[in-house]
Design a protein around this ligand. Sequence first.
Ligand SMILES: *[C@@H]1O[C@H](CO)[C@@H](O)[C@H](O)[C@H]1NC(C)=O
Length: 129
Amino acid sequence: MKFLLCLVFVPLIVTAQLLTTEKQWTDECRAETGVSIEALDQVRHNDFCITDDKIDAFILCFGKKSGVFNASGDVDVEKLKAKLKTIVNNEDQVNEVIAKCVDKKETKEERAFRAFKCVRRSYPEFKAL
Ligand SMILES: *[C@@H]1O[C@H](CO)[C@@H](O)[C@H](O)[C@H]1NC(C)=O
């Protein structure tokens, strides 16, 4: 019986911790960037017709906390690769998406949001967490 309980409880606890971290980072980055709730809702639903341009800074802020972007605001390719591989365990496919989505154009905020959108188009369930 104890064993059964453990099997059920562990995943629940892990999920709760992830959600708490996500909420904390979201709150911190909202305070830092002033992004609107509407824009965040849109991102959650993969609706990228966002008029609030603070979303760029928000994505960069959140991604830095999760480690997908490093301190200079560049994509940490190894970290992103590791996260994508939890969605599709296919090195070639992951490399293809990274080659398509990661570039050095424009400001680092614009790049961050563009990379995020691009990855989500290939993998709608991608989370930077
Ligand atoms: C972030 O990554 C870029 C590209 O890999 C690298 O040039 C830069 O030095 C890194 N910055 C930090 C602070 O690690």
